[in-house]
Ligand binder design. Structure first.
Ligand code: PLP
Length: 397
């Protein structure tokens, strides 16, 4: 038996596998085969989920909270997420009906794009971007319009760059602060300036704030939807539990949007996944309700990340030929490698091959002059990996 001649759809043919997951999988496979790999590829905190969150989930399971619930989520969790965005993020007047709980922030992002983009629409994606954004835009039949911002502007686009990239087909501006992969954090003034361009050109603003708590050197997070009611009316705020509470495997993301958009997202979700896992949502509810415990767990994790960031940054700065911008958020550094005359793919492949150090090539994020290193790993791995990276770079110099 053979497969049909036009076996795959345009969606399947258009999409590439996630390179960050691929690097992580390769490093894990090498480790499993007994090789001494230093992995800087991970996109997840290397901490366990706090016990009080796990206990709430276990309790829910014991109480038989194992059935379907409404597609947009547990009513109490939607309410808690609305309150969180009012109190912490200063987005005024939100109601639970404006919140959708999805199986992961990644799916929240995808539904936001599906709900706003039709085939032929254009979406402005500042680069370096999170790997999945352009693929999600293409899966909606829309066109990514990439606007590059290098380390010379702190990896942040300017209102002028944004204005220049806008065409009559532009529908959405995608923002991600703190950023994966660069760790860049937009200030409220910078966001205000970008929002004014979005308002003038009648765009949706998509803002992915999943790393909001992981900030260093006094950086402050600002939610663009907090800047005015007018801006909130065109903003979709994505967040989730993966990075803040070390809950990557729980698969829980949040979306906050004007009511009509949230309703459309809920309908899309109802036909594609139904609700995110019921008992997991009770764990998330505990994370939002037991604020003191949650704040303590987050601060412990943030402090450790900050120490590792200093260690990694200092080590990278000592490697001749490598240039590293000291970014203020998330758990990544994004050094420039173009002095060595290799593409980021070749650099990463040779580094893994020769020194058993796993990093993600910048090309995955639309920035071939860079590599991404995650410091969601132990100080021991960072120190060992830095020595190996230094040796590798010396052979290229
Ligand atoms: C920028 C960004 N947004 C969203 C996500 C999605 O996270 P999750 O689907 O685990 O909630 C990630 C995960 O790596 C991310 O880096």
């Amino acid at each position: 038996m053979s497969t049909p001649s036009s076996a795959l759809s345009i969606w399947a043919n258009n999409v590439s596998p996630s390179p960050t997951l691929a690097v992580d999988a390769k490093a894990k496979a090498m480790k499993a085969a007994g090789e001494d790999v230093c992995g800087f590829g991970a996109g997840e905190p290397d901490f366990d989920t706090p016990d009080f969150i796990k206990e709430a989930c276990i309790q829910a399971l014991k109480e038989g909270k194992t059935k379907y619930i409404p597609a947009p989520g547990l009513p109490a969790l939607r309410e808690a997420v609305a309150q969180k965005h009012i109190q912490e993020n200063k987005i005024q007047g939100l109601e639970a009906s404006q919140v959708v709980i999805s199986p992961g922030g990644k799916y929240s992002c995808y539904l936001a794009i599906l709900a706003t983009c039709s085939p032929g629409d254009e979406v402005i994606i500042p680069a370096p971007y999170w790997v999945s954004y352009p693929e999600m835009v293409k899966l909606a039949g829309a066109e990514p319009r990439v606007v590059f911002a290098g380390d010379d502007t702190g990896f942040k686009i300017t209102p002028e760059q944004l204005q220049e990239a806008i065409s009559p087909k532009t529908k959405v501006l995608m923002l991600n602060s703190p950023s994966n992969p660069t760790g860049a954090v937009y200030t409220s003034e910078e966001l205000e300036a970008l929002a004014q361009v979005a308002l003038k050109n009648d765009l949706w603003i998509f803002t992915d704030e999943i790393y909001e708590y992981l900030l260093y050197d006094g950086a402050k997070h600002c939610s663009i939807a907090s800047l005015s009611e007018e801006i909130a009316q065109r903003t979709i705020t994505i967040n989730g539990f993966s990075k803040a509470y070390s809950m990557t495997g729980w698969r829980l993301g949040t979306l906050v949007a004007p009511a009509a958009l949230a309703k459309a997202v809920s309908s899309l979700q109802s036909h594609t996944t139904s609700n995110a896992t019921t008992f997991a949502q009770y764990g998330a509810l505990a994370a939002l309700e037991q604020k003191d415990k949650a704040a303590k767990a987050i601060e412990n994790m943030r402090t450790v990340f900050d120490q590792r960031r200093a260690l990694l940054f200092e080590g990278l700065s000592r490697i001749s030929g490598l240039e590293c911008f000291k970014s203020q958020g998330a758990f990544y550094l994004f050094p420039k490698i173009n002095n060595y005359g290799l593409s980021s793919t070749d650099f990463a492949a040779q580094l893994l091959e020769q020194q058993k150090v796993a990093v993600v090539p910048g090309i995955a994020f639309g920035a071939d002059d860079y590599i991404r290193l995650s410091y969601a790993t132990s100080e021991e791995t960072i120190t060992k990996g830095l020595n190996r990276l230094k040796q590798f770079c010396e052979t290229l110099n």
